[in-house]
Each structure stands twice: as structure tokens, then as C-alpha cells.
Design a protein around this ligand. Structure first.
Ligand code: AMX
Length: 430
């Protein structure tokens, strides 16, 4: 039976040689140009990064290692982790190995709980999660071995060790934060029999008589796992990783970015917006009421959370997957019904605002309603769930970056003065 370490030892030299010969033939070819608007506009659309784990094109949405995300909805998050890292699904033995390896690494050190318990009670759960990740950094295998003189060809193996340790512990850390921060009672210990996603659901302590909350968590963890490398969290993590900071620093950097309302925090804001409409209209609003409310939001200078995307120009397939789950498991739930109705109304409103490039729902537009239905009603916790999932992609990208020997990230910046000198130069007469 091959372990992840064995398989990557076989695959990495093949990938390295492939890229080496590709570069030697095409190293000077141009793949993108940069306009002044792009330089000022968050580099939108500039193709200047390489990411092997996934691809997001405007008209298709997330594709993980060549497979559209819609075809991955019945897979376990552990299978996705293996896929992200190796470009293959694990066979039955490999999956069992990965699951038992994660179990062996899952114990959260006591000092993490002591630090979390010492934090002010009103700390944001994302701040608690990132604090926990950073304080576990003292255990970084990469860091320790780097200090002992680790050579470059071994960087990826130690980073994989860090990745597996982090991924193994994150569900327990995140569930512990939930129970501590929201007064849910003592921590629930991991169950040795459960898979990674179901165990997370179990440790949260949400009532789940028919097992459908565990199903939702698995789906949630698969859908948020990766979204190529240009988004704020992946990009921040990759940049920090490129400095050979250990994965605890890199993951934390990425998740600090995920905590922003234009990125991962949008799921919290989106459900808040949906609940406001419910309260204001005393139940499921009519289409007319929703349309009016959407305009009011825009006219007040706010975004409609859960809608729009920097890359996508279609309904996010991850939103579709959540909508399908809701239709199956809670079609009569009022909050879910509002989410479905918002989808019927809001794109038509946003289409009328010229500057908005994507009027369609993104992944955050539906997930909160489903969590709410299962009694996970603490909105400020939602980005922590997103984080546990996104750690899969961020960690996989970091291992591959180290395995491929990518250099430190260092794009060039310019001042407005320099740009003006370049672009406003009086043309030389012919
Ligand atoms: N509601 C109102 N205005 C919106 C909007 C929305 N849903 N989506 C875009 N706009 C506005 C932008 O704020 C921007 O206005 P400005 O020029 O006055 O600053 C203008 O339309 C052009 O934006 P864009 O090119 O269409 O999008 P972008 O790439 O700059 O931003 C995003 C993308 C996601 C930040 C934006 O659509 C947004 O703020 N959406 C709501 C928040 C949200 O759902 N975020 C989650 C995204 C997915 C994720 O990371 N989890």
C-alpha cells in the first residue's frame, strides 16, 4: 500500500521534469499583459500565478484537478485532500491509511486549550482559531528540521508532515472553540470510528438524529476546500509559505484574510441579511418585497452579501450544490425558502447595476441557511467552518510549492509617479 509520502515521492520528480522542460522551451513566452486598470484594480484577471490543485474559470466555476466540483459532492474531504495533493483519488487502502494517519495526529496539545480559555469571551472565533494555529507553530516539523540544516529536496516532506498535523487537529480545535466561545459545555472528544467530516460534526455537539448534519459538514468541507491560488486567503498563504515560513504561519496568514467580509466572512453577513429580511417582513418575503429590500441595501451603499465574484460569471456551482442539499433536506424551512427566493430576485436587481460584473450567487449565499436549520445559529462561527475546509487546499498548495521548488514570491510594484512617467511620456515624433 502506498502512503501519501510514497506517492508524492514518485510524482514530484515527474512534475518537476515536466515543468523544467516546459520552461526551457517556453520560458520567455508571454501569457498575460497588465493594464494600468489592473495594476490599480487588485490585479483582477492577470495570469501570473501557477496553481496545480484547482482552476476557476469564469464560465465553469471550481474544477479540482480536472474534475468539476459538482462531480465531487459525494466524496469525503479526505479523498479530496488526496486528490488535491496527487491528482488521483485514493484507493480503498490509501483512504484507510490517510484516515488512520489523521487520527494518530489528531490530539490537540493542552496548552492550546489554556491559551483559548485565557482569551476574552468576546473574541471573534476566527481570532481564536488563528491564535490556536499560531501557538501550535512551536511544533512545526519543517521549522525544527530547517534549523537543523534540512536540504531543499526535503522541504516538501516536512511541510507535508506539518500539513497532516494541522489538518488532523483543526476539527477538534474548531469544535472546541465553538463549545467554549458559545457556552455549549465541555469539549467533546473525537470518536475513533468517524471520518474527518463526521467527527467534526460530532465534536461540535449539534443534535443529529438522522446523520444529515454530518452529511452537510462533509459536503461543506468538500465545497470550500480550494479555489485556485489567486483569492486572498490562498494567495496570502502561498506568499508567506514562499518565504519558507512554516505552514502554521502560512495557514494563519491565509485564514486571517479569509476573515474579511469581502471574502470568507461573507457567509456570516449573508445569513444576517437573509434573517433581516425575515424579521422585517415577518416571514418569507414576496418577490416584490425582496426586490425593494435589495435596492435599499444597494442605495445605502452596502453590498448584497453572497452575490458577485472576482472571477466567476455564472451561478457558483458550489451554491447549486448547497441549494440541492436544502431542497432535499429542508425544503419547508423558512430561512432556506428565503435563500431560494433571493436567488430568484437578486441577480435581476444586480444586473441593473452597471458596475457589478457578476450578479450571481457565490458559495456563501446558501451555506448559512443550512447551518441555521441544524441549530448552528452562531453566525460569527461560520468562517471557522470555511477555514477548516480551506486548510485542505492551502496546505496542499504549500506542499506542492515546496515539492516543485518554487521561489520566494516577489512581484514588482510601482509608484503612481513612475507609472505616469511611463504612460504620459510625450510621444517621440516619427
Ligand atoms: N453587491 C453590491 N455591489 C457589488 C456586489 C454586490 N454583491 N458585487 C460587486 N459589487 C460592486 C463592487 O463593490 C464594486 O463597487 P465599487 O467599484 O464601488 O467598489 C463594483 O461592483 C465592481 O465590482 P466587481 O468587479 O463586480 O467585483 P470585485 O471583483 O471587485 O469584487 C466581490 C468581488 C466578491 C468582493 C464582490 O462581488 C462583493 O463584495 N460581493 C459581496 C460580498 C461577498 O459575497 N463576498 C464573498 C465572495 C466569495 C468568497 O470569497 N467567499
Amino acid at each position: 500500500m502506498t502512503t501519501l509520502q510514497d506517492r508524492l515521492t514518485q510524482l514530484l520528480p515527474v512534475w518537476q521534469n515536466d515543468v523544467k522542460s516546459f520552461l526551457s522551451e517556453h520560458g520567455d513566452d508571454v501569457i498575460s499583459k497588465v493594464t494600468l486598470s489592473q495594476a490599480y484594480g487588485g490585479m483582477r484577471g492577470v495570469r501570473a500565478l501557477v496553481c496545480e490543485t484547482s482552476l476557476v474559470e469564469p464560465d465553469t466555476g471550481l474544477v479540482i484537478r480536472g474534475i468539476p466540483v459538482k462531480k465531487l459532492v459525494d466524496r469525503l474531504p479526505e479523498e479530496i485532500l488526496w486528490l488535491l495533493l496527487t491528482s488521483e483519488f485514493p484507493d480503498e487502502h490509501q483512504l484507510q491509511w490517510l484516515q488512520s494517519d489523521l487520527k494518530k495526529r489528531a490530539r490537540v496539545p493542552d496548552y492550546v486549550w489554556a491559551v483559548l480559555e485565557a482569551m476574552p469571551r468576546d473574541s471573534h472565533p476566527m481570532c481564536m482559531l488563528n491564535t490556536a494555529i499560531l501557538c501550535m507553530g512551536r511544533e512545526s516539523v519543517f521549522h525544527r528540521h530547517y534549523d537543523e540544516g534540512l536540504t531543499k529536496d526535503h522541504y516538501w516532506g516536512e511541510t507535508l508532515d506539518d500539513a497532516l498535523n494541522l489538518i488532523a487537529r483543526l476539527p477538534a480545535v474548531a469544535a472546541g472553540i465553538y463549545r467554549l466561545r458559545f457556552g455549549k459545555g465541555p469539549r467533546i472528544l473525537s470518536s475513533p470510528k468517524l471520518d474527518w467530516g463526521a467527527d467534526f460534526a460530532y465534536m461540535l455537539g449539534i443534535d443529529d438524529p438522522d446523520g444529515s448534519f454530518a452529511k452537510l459538514m462533509r459536503l461543506y468541507l468538500v465545497l470550500h476546500s480550494d479555489h485556485e491560488s489567486g483569492n486572498v486567503s490562498a494567495n496570502a498563504a502561498a506568499t508567506v509559505n514562499s518565504a519558507l515560513s512554516d505552514l502554521y504561519y502560512a495557514l494563519s496568514a491565509g485564514l486571517n484574510g479569509l476573515a474579511g467580509p469581502l471574502h470568507g466572512l461573507a457567509n456570516q453577513e449573508c445569513l444576517a441579511w437573509v434573517l433581516q429580511t425575515k424579521e422585517r417582513f415577518g416571514g418569507v418575503p414576496t418577490r416584490e418585497q425582496l426586490e425593494k429590500y435589495a435596492w435599499e441595501t444597494l442605495e445605502a451603499g452596502h453590498v448584497v452579501p453572497g452575490y458577485g465574484h472576482a472571477v466567476l460569471r455564472i451561478t457558483d456551482p458550489r451554491f447549486d450544490a448547497f441549494l440541492d442539499f436544502g431542497k432535499k433536506h429542508c425544503p419547508d424551512d423558512e430561512v432556506f425558502q428565503i435563500v431560494a427566493r433571493v436567488f430568484e430576485v437578486v441577480p435581476n436587481v444586480l444586473k441593473q447595476v452597471k458596475k457589478i460584473k457578476d450578479p450571481w450567487p457565490n458559495v456563501d449565499a446558501a451555506s448559512g441557511a443550512l447551518l441555521w436549520k441544524y441549530g448552528l445559529t452562531e453566525l460569527s462561527y461560520y468562517t471557522v467552518l470555511f477555514s477548516v475546509s480551506r486548510a485542505l487546499g492551502i496546505c496542499a498548495q504549500a506542499v506542492i510549492a515546496r515539492g516543485m521548488g518554487y521561489p520566494i514570491v516577489r512581484p514588482k510594484s510601482s509608484t503612481t509617479e513612475w507609472l505616469k512617467k511611463q504612460l504620459m511620456r510625450t510621444p517621440v515624433p516619427a
